[in-house]
Design a protein around this ligand. Structure first.
Ligand code: GLY
Length: 373
């Protein structure tokens, strides 16, 4: 069993630790207790995760004498909207959560983003603790303070930067993930290697299959290295004025594909990120930025992991190339009407590019769509 590790996110008076290890729910009281002004907390979760992990979290808190009320919302992306936010905030008020109390978010990215935003606006801001239950949430959404909800105009368009006071990434929780969700989360893990750490990508090429099969020490290393990279980037650029945009590698393509598939089970976010990374490397190669063989290397690794890498891996119809480019134009990353891509000079060497030649983008999409026929 690997020991418990801490990654510090150095943000001055908003600094916090991401605690990574096994059996953390049982120690939740000892870990969260020092943050509390009174021995009570309010847990926001969703019904599926509650069934799996809520009793263990409540028992871990109770072991330190902390009483924790809980409320479980419906699972799924649809919860992360105005109605879900209203339900969460009204429940926190019903539960008489005070300004100095702590809200605990137990769940994947949907619950983390929603509960974080509810905490950000409740009584003009209360602190919150993230207990991410999915791989995607452990390596990405629980760290960095992006909170928010979706509206009919798109994903994450209403929200706030509100850093958690603590993140508990319990590796054991990953055991209960369906294989598809684990692999979707892996899309965000591989992104870190691709954007900024070639040695980590090589490590993943060697170790990720065993990690996906359940090796806990490998899982812990992958989560820790991902969180270290995210913590470093967030510490240097908390509100995404520059470097943090690199975390969006693959996301311009991904967001268009998610919109095109109606944010449905046809394409999970992490699957879209993996396909988007493959397309971003393809575009980079066509622009002469990286070696011609690099996109094949990226795709080969994703395929070996059993992941979607091409548009043909998305079931059902997709709109044509121009419609996909239009959907990219709805993205939050558009600036002055220009599409923004994260491209790469090689594995581990990504950068922001605002002037992708339209013809090359069209050609990449034409070829990717043609492969589907
Ligand atoms: N998920 C991207 C970010 O936190 O900036």
């Amino acid at each position: 069993m690997t020991g418990i590790e801490r990654v510090h996110v150095p943000l001055g008076d908003r600094a916090y630790d991401v605690v990574i290890g096994q059996g953390l729910l049982a120690q939740a009281g000892a870990l969260v207790g020092p943050l509390l002004h009174r021995k009570q907390a309010a847990i926001l979760t969703e019904t599926r995760v509650a069934g799996l992990h809520l009793p263990a979290l409540q028992a871990g808190l109770a072991a330190s004498g902390i009483a924790a009320q809980s409320h479980a919302l419906a699972p799924g992306e649809a919860t992360k909207g105005w109605a879900g936010l209203s339900e969460a905030v009204e429940w926190l008020l019903d539960a008489k959560v005070e300004r100095r109390d702590i809200v605990i978010a137990l769940g994947g990215g949907v619950i983390g983003d929603l509960a974080g935003f509810a905490a950000a606006i409740l009584r003009r801001g209360v602190r919150f603790v993230q207990v991410p239950s999915s791989l995607l949430a452990q390596v990405d959404s629980s760290v960095g303070g992006k909170t928010g909800i979706n509206t009919r105009h798109g994903k994450n368009l209403v929200g706030a930067f509100h850093q958690p006071s603590l993140v508990l990434a319990d590796i054991d929780l990953l055991d209960s993930l369906p294989a598809r969700d684990f692999l979707a989360g892996y899309g965000e893990v591989v992104k870190y290697g691709l954007l900024g750490d070639a040695a980590f990508f090589e490590w993943l090429e060697r170790n990720a299959p065993a990690m996906a099969h359940g090796d806990k020490a490998l899982r812990q290393y992958a989560v820790r290295r991902s969180v270290e990279m995210k913590a470093g980037i967030v510490a240097r650029d908390e509100t995404e004025q520059g470097e943090r945009a690199l975390l969006n590698l693959g996301h311009t393509f991904c967001h268009a594909l998610e919109a095109a598939t109606g944010y449905s089970d046809r394409l999970l976010h992490g699957e879209g990120v993996a396909i988007g990374c493959a397309l971003a490397f393809e575009l980079s190669a066509r622009m002469g930025l990286c070696a011609q063989e690099t996109p094949s290397r990226v795709r080969a690794h994703l395929k070996r992991m059993g992941m979607a890498t091409d548009l043909r891996d998305i079931p059902g119809e997709l709109p044509g190339r121009d419609a996909l480019i239009d959907l990219m134009g709805q993205d939050k990353k558009v600036q002055d009407g220009r599409l923004r891509f994260i491209l790469a000079r090689g594995v581990g060497d990504a950068f922001v590019c605002d002037d992708v030649p339209g013809g090359l983008l069209q050609a990449v999409l034409d070829d990717a769509l043609a492969e589907r026929r």
